[in-house]
Write a protein that binds this ligand. Structure first.
Ligand code: BDP
Length: 726
């Protein structure tokens, strides 16, 4: 109760401050600002529904739900408009789980409630004693909390409630954020300030942010978070830190969020005093068993471990000549008695393997299908290289029928302009989820492989690498909030389309005016293709500058490991450009099911968006529109720049709908985005021109600097850098 009061006070304070002084303070509220509804007819209608509320039952989660309903209604309709503890027989809104509802209502909802499982809900207008009553019901308290958040979101979007009949449940079990936060509060690939976890002040000091973070996550259905970087520090598993983690878990529990930790494979040596971390050594197994017992005594609903092993220098079972199955199952055994999970990442590629990096995870993991314990989830990035602006879906999806395979997206914009560029990522996520793997014939989409409809899975999951930091607006760029929101919505329902998500988010965060929502929706949707065009058009990939990945570096060729060099990926020479992954090349196409492998084996049947991902083609190769490849690449770079220009002019027209401060904040960011889009175009084209030896086609602006100038740029203090590659 204490924390709820604190929350309400702070929100009030921020709300007032936000309205009175600076819009950027209001950015703190995310999509939960619950703006006042000024349309008289609509607010009258909503008041009629919410005038007297019977909120049934009692628990920590229900208290949170009730407080949220209170806050939302007060902000949208005014304090005096509703009464919270009405008699259920006379209430206009009844909120209660199946067990709390009166039989006359319950009986009419029972069939729907049977469909919604542990986390779903029903929202319906029904007749009771000749009058209409709005009902939110669910099988569990968490379902009620999700239902309350949804009702408030529908109101925030000015949706009709009169005839509402909504039955909704998440289609994915584990809807998770991965924080790459270090114990010193730096965030690997973080562009929104320091980590929100204040380890030094925990466990005693509970930052209000933890509560607001949990609220925001619950409002979009996120139900698990791993707190620490996948490049893990074993100290997080020491008792001192576990007590801090326990405090966070207690904050998150009422919001239905389970805590996971990253487990460094060598922890038994580093903090356990053993001389080995060999997964088949009994002392090592014992050490993890005891560690699990210790953790569950503190956090009874602890989610489990997230592990990056034998990947980019992290320790793992292969250090002891064991394999991923040995490592994952050893940890899974320790967690099994407590229903915990091991999330084992499949992001592996080795400097000792000369094969195409894009093939290595599939080659290594597919033979293990069926060998992992049933509490092991194999987490695979959306594409086979690394969170690029565009990649074909990872060939592992749908190819491990006997394994609980979960998908990992990156919400933080490591390869998409950090938190400076406005890029609406649900468009990227949607493209991957909608891709057809053909693993069980046509229509075997990645979404179906993930939600368990393709193969029966013990557990399904979708993970996003968080873009959250302690910046006042949480995500650095105010529009990057949409990517956190959109990830959560897609994890709940991977079949939602990006337009719907954009529409919801714009209305909840900014304004319901069509003159704002429609052009801005288009801007969001187009923003993803814009970044592909000005960074990595036509299937180019991984041509970012070294380590920090800020800006272009297609010329980088001298790093220790071949596959860390951009030249490895674009292969530009005087004969052409692109990575040959056909049968004649690395044969990565063979990792995809038919008809994809045959299609992608030939340039003419490969979608042009993936052209240079799969093919090395001559500069005068003719594209679908008749342009040569060289001209096509150059024109795509220019198109990306022009698209940012268009975003700027659209935003210019939005002045009437947002505060002056917010408008100028986004305007400044868009201007940087334009400058950097120009930088990408000029640097890449000047460099590739040294091989193509051709002029820029008409319509492409001439570079204002030399190639040497672009090569000379250095950014030792770019944000988000990984401190050291061990
Ligand atoms: C890459 C990042 C690196 C991460 C790695 C991972 O550059 O910082 O540690 O992925 O996912 O994208 O493990």
């Amino acid at each position: 109760m204490k924390s709820t009061l604190k929350k309400t006070t702070l929100l009030c304070f921020l709300f007032t401050l936000g309205t009175a002084f600076s819009q950027s303070v209001a950015d703190y509220d995310l999509w939960l600002s619950y703006s006042e509804i000024t349309d008289q007819k609509l607010s009258d209608e909503y008041r009629a529904h919410t005038r007297s509320i019977a909120f049934l039952g009692n628990s920590e989660t229900l208290t949170v739900a009730q407080e949220e309903l209170h806050l939302g209604l007060r902000n949208m309709l005014g304090e005096a408009s509703f009464q919270m503890d009405a008699d259920p027989n006379r209430a206009t809104l009844i909120v209660g789980t199946k067990d709390q509802l009166h039989a006359t209502i319950k009986d009419r909802l029972i069939q729907d409630l049977e469909q919604v499982g542990r986390e779903g809900f029903v929202i319906r207008t029904m007749e009771q004693k000749g009058k209409n009553v709005l009902v939110i019901s669910a099988n569990t308290d968490m379902g009620i909390l999700y239902g309350v958040f949804r009702l408030l979101a529908l109101m925030g979007q000015h949706q009709e409630l009169d005839k509402i009949s909504l039955v909704d449940a998440p289609q994915i079990d584990l809807r998770m954020l991965n924080h790459w936060d270090n114990l010193d509060r730096t965030v690997e690939r973080g562009y929104a300030g320091a980590s929100i976890w204040n380890w030094q002040k925990l466990p005693e000091y509970i930052d209000q942010r933890y509560i607001d973070y949990a609220r925001a996550n619950a409002s979009i259905g996120i139900n698990a978070v791993s707190l620490t970087n996948v490049n893990a520090n074993a100290l997080i598993l020491t008792t001192m830190y576990l007590e801090k983690v326990q405090a966070l878990a207690e904050v998150f529990r009422p919001y239905g969020i389970k805590v996971y930790l990253t487990a460094r494979f060598s922890a038994p040596i580093e903090i356990g005093g053993l001389d080995t971390a060999d997964p088949l050594n009994q002392n090592v197994q014992q050490w993890w068993n005891k560690k699990a017992t210790e953790i569950y005594a503190l956090i009874p609903d602890f989610g489990g471990f997230l592990v990056k092993a034998n990947s980019e220098g992290q320790p793992g079972p292969q250090n002891y000549d064991r394999n991923h199955v040995d490592g994952a199952n050893m940890m899974a055994k320790a967690l099994k008695p407590y229903d915990g999970n091991v999330i084992w990442r499949a992001f592996v590629y080795s400097e000792h393997d000369a094969d195409d990096r894009a093939k290595q995870a599939y080659s290594e993991f597919i033979p293990y299908d069926g060998q992992f314990m049933d509490n092991v989830l194999v987490q695979t990035k959306n594409g086979a290289i690394d969170f690029q602006p565009r990649e074909p879906f990872h060939p592992m999806f749908g190819a491990m029928p006997k394994t609980s395979q979960i998908i990992e997206f990156q919400i933080t914009q490591e390869y998409l302009g950090f938190s400076t560029h406005l890029v609406f990522l649900p468009k990227l996520f949607e493209e991957v989820l909608d891709s057809d793997t053909y693993r069980k014939g046509e229509g075997s989409t990645v979404a179906k492989a993930m939600d368990g409809s393709l193969y029966d899975k013990k557990m399904t999951g979708m993970v996003g690498v968080a873009n959250i930091g302690s910046d006042l607006n949480w995500t650095g760029h105010p529009f990057a909030q949409a990517n956190w929101y959109g990830f959560g919505r897609l994890a709940w329902n991977p079949y939602l389309d990006a337009e719907t998500i954009a529409d919801e988010w714009l209305r909840l965060t900014y304004s319901n005016e069509d003159a704002f929502v429609n052009p801005m929706k288009q801007l969001l949707i187009d923003s993803r293709e814009a970044v592909v065009n000005y960074m990595n058009p036509l299937g180019l990939h991984h041509i970012f500058d070294t380590n920090h990945h800020y800006g272009p570096g297609p010329w980088v060729s001298e790093l220790g490991r071949p596959e860390w060099n951009p030249t490895y990926y674009h292969n530009a020479d005087e004969n052409g450009i692109g990575f040959d992954r056909t049968i004649e090349g690395s044969n990565a196409v063979a990792q995809y099911a038919e008809p994809l492998q045959s299609r992608w084996n030939k340039p003419k049947t490969t979608p042009e968006k993936y052209l240079l991902w799969f093919h090395h083609l001559p500069w005068d190769y003719v594209l679908e529109n008749g342009d040569t490849l060289w001209d096509g690449i150059a024109l795509k770079y220019q198109e990306g720049v022009d698209q940012v220009g268009k975003m700027i002019s659209t935003w210019e027209k939005m002045k009437p709908y947002v505060s002056k401060e917010r408008h100028s904040e986004v305007q400044m960011l868009l201007n940087i985005q334009l400058k950097e889009a120009n930088w990408w175009r000029d640097a890449c084209l000047l460099y590739f021109q040294t091989f193509s030896n051709r002029d820029l086609p008409d319509g492409v602006e001439k570079p204002t600097q030399s190639l040497d100038y672009f090569k000379s740029l250095k950014f030792p203090f770019a944000p988000g850098i990984r401190p050291q590659w061990d």
